[in-house]
Design a protein around this ligand. Structure first.
Ligand code: FES
Length: 572
């Protein structure tokens, strides 16, 4: 370290006016002079917010990181960034993922930081921080906030999101009272932490660990378990060493790391949302990754983890069973064992002896829950640039299905008509939702898992084929085809579907076909007009003008890649 000049010394070293300014104002926080002696300055990038309840305990995690940093001879400085609370933000947090990534990137580069610890939890905060930090490429380590404790409603274990969908459909079908529905609210979210199903937050926390950018064990330790704070403390110690080793993010986030993440995502039954997020992170760090990689690498990986929404258990059970290290060990040769992890060891070294304590929760390769669990990438004349389905979350008989389209032009149109007794729909129809892609909504919302019509639910039917250019909550389930690209608002063929058209889904053959002649589609295309753009200013305008399609990860075109960690010029 002595040979390499740290970034922070450009601010804090020296005897001139500028160094005086930089140190003097910092000292108003009670920081003693010796902290400016050239020791590594560690930024703690905190997405804490009371409007992001999943991240509301992060000030405490940051304190434990600081203890570790001080202990190892570093100088920790915590700073806030934009935070994205999945449950409250409108129209959808995904509209702001790239904005938060810009905040993270510029906050890191503009400040006297030699390394960064990222604190993320709720769905979009994880990819946003990784994307922003990757575009700077300092030594970086992420700590996830940890899942909530298991939900418990009377004698039933209930999972975040998954049971919201289940209970709300039971209310609509007349199987649950409103009083019980309301009572379940307090029973589902009963501790600090993020969703404790294998939804998007748990999936992305697992991706952090599988990518090697988080400490071993990062994904599953519950938010309120004291071991989460021990992990934060140890991460604080480790990031100081990473500065000495110049272990930059790009040395961790290699192609092998992404391949590991894709395979782990399949084995854990992870969210489809991992697809655009991993594509976007890879784009920032310069790793070539394409939509088909998820199918080619992951589709034949067996499902090993029995967690909701696909299975029975929750993240707390997963932690007690051994967590992600046990899964990675079980995956054996499917994992690149030589991939480097932030703790300075390889993935193989970290997981070689990882125990599994519960084979109900984490299965073996020999006896998986399902043989082929990964995300399937479909193409066809309805999705020329691809779309995805999570077969493990779908009713098997619907994975090959031909049905009559019932088309909704927007989510509002869907809500207005889905329970209209006059709507001509039954369980064999294919529900098609338009206008919910990255540009169209705008922001690519999680509305693809359309609730079934009440008249179908009342027959005891729980799944139908649904197709859209939207995303789906990681806590949802069903025969749901998502991320259709190009989206309808960009003129994709999804915009041309009409009521009564026949649609064929064949997951085994990776096909999604609109059974309408090319001539008829050409006539419809000639008559199609792009939707009127409602946003003429501000972030939403910038976003709509520059967001890429789902198959590219929905980053803004001008944000792909990195600018690095150069020290910007001084202006005082
Ligand atoms: Fe924050 Fe699910 S709402 S993780």
């Amino acid at each position: 370290m002595a040979k390499r000049k740290l970034r922070s010394t450009h601010w804090f070293a020296g005897e001139g006016k500028d160094a005086f300014n930089h140190r003097s104002w910092m000292k108003n926080q009670g920081l003693p002079h010796h902290l400016f002696d050239g020791r590594p300055v560690i930024g703690i990038c905190n997405s804490w917010s009371e409007l992001t309840p999943c991240n509301a305990h992060f000030r405490k995690i940051a304190e434990h990181v600081k203890r570790g940093v001080y202990e190892a001879g570093g100088f920790p400085l915590e700073f806030p960034t934009m935070s994205l609370g999945e449950t409250l933000m409108r129209p959808t947090t995904m509209l702001f993922r790239n904005l938060m990534s810009m905040d993270v990137e510029e906050s890191i580069r503009a400040n006297p930081l030699d390394a960064v610890v990222l604190l993320a939890g709720c769905d979009k905060t994880t990819p946003a921080q990784l994307m922003g930090a990757a575009s700077v490429d300092l030594p970086t380590l992420m700590i996830s906030g940890g899942p909530m404790l298991n939900g418990r409603f009377r004698d039933e274990t209930i999972g975040s999101g998954t049971h919201v969908w289940k209970f709300s459909e039971m209310v609509r079908a007349g199987e649950m009272s409103m009083a019980d529905f309301t009572a379940a609210e307090s029973c589902m979210s009963r501790s600090a932490g993020h969703c404790m199903t294998m939804g998007t937050a748990s999936t992305m926390a697992s991706m952090v660990e599988a990518l090697g950018i988080g400490m071993p064990g990062n994904a599953a330790i519950p938010a309120v378990d004291s071991r989460r704070y021990v992990l934060a403390h140890m991460a604080g110690r480790r990031i100081v060493e990473m500065v000495k080793e110049d272990l930059r993010m790009s040395k961790i986030l290699t192609r092998k790391a992404f391949e590991n993440a894709i395979r782990v995502n399949a084995a854990i039954g992870g969210s489809t949302n991992a697809v655009p997020h991993l594509l976007a992170i890879a784009g920032r760090v310069g790793v070539p990754l394409k939509l088909e990689d998820f199918d080619e690498l992951g589709a034949r990986v067996p499902l090993l983890v029995d967690l909701m929404p696909s299975g029975r258990f929750l993240m707390e059970d997963f932690f007690y069973a051994g967590g992600l290290p046990a899964v990675i060990r079980e995956l054996g040769d499917l994992i690149h064992k030589d991939a480097l992890v932030v703790n300075g060891r390889t993935m193989g070294e970290n997981t070689a002896d990882a125990p599994c304590w519960n084979r109900e929760v984490i299965r073996t390769l020999a006896k998986p829950l399902k043989k082929n669990a990964g995300i399937a990438v479909l193409r066809g004349n309805l999705a020329p640039d691809g779309c995805v389905i999570k077969p493990s979350a779908a009713t098997p008989r619907l994975l090959k299905h031909k049905g009559r389209a019932v088309v909704f032009s927007s989510i509002e149109d869907f809500k207005a008509r889905i329970d209209d007794p006059k709507l001509d729909i039954d369980e064999n129809c294919v529900m098609v939702l338009q206008g919910c892609g990255p540009k169209g909504y705008p922001g690519f919302p999680e509305v693809g898992n359309l609730p079934l019509p009440t008249k179908v639910l009342k027959k005891g039917i729980t799944d139908m084929v649904r197709i859209s250019d939207a995303r789906m909550s990681g806590t949802a389930y069903g025969a749901v085809v998502l991320h259709v690209a190009p989206e309808s608002a960009a003129g994709g063929p999804l915009a041309l579907v009409r009521d009564g058209d026949m649609i064929e889904l064949d997951v085994a053959r990776r096909k999604l076909a609109l059974l309408v002649s090319a001539d008829e589609l050409a006539r419809r295309r000639a008559a199609w007009k792009p939707p009127k753009q409602e946003y003429d200013r501000g972030w939403a305008r910038l976003y709509v003008d520059h967001v890429q399609q789902a198959d590219k990860g929905c980053d803004l075109d001008f944000l792909v890649g990195k600018s690095g960690s150069y020290v910007p010029r001084e202006s005082h």
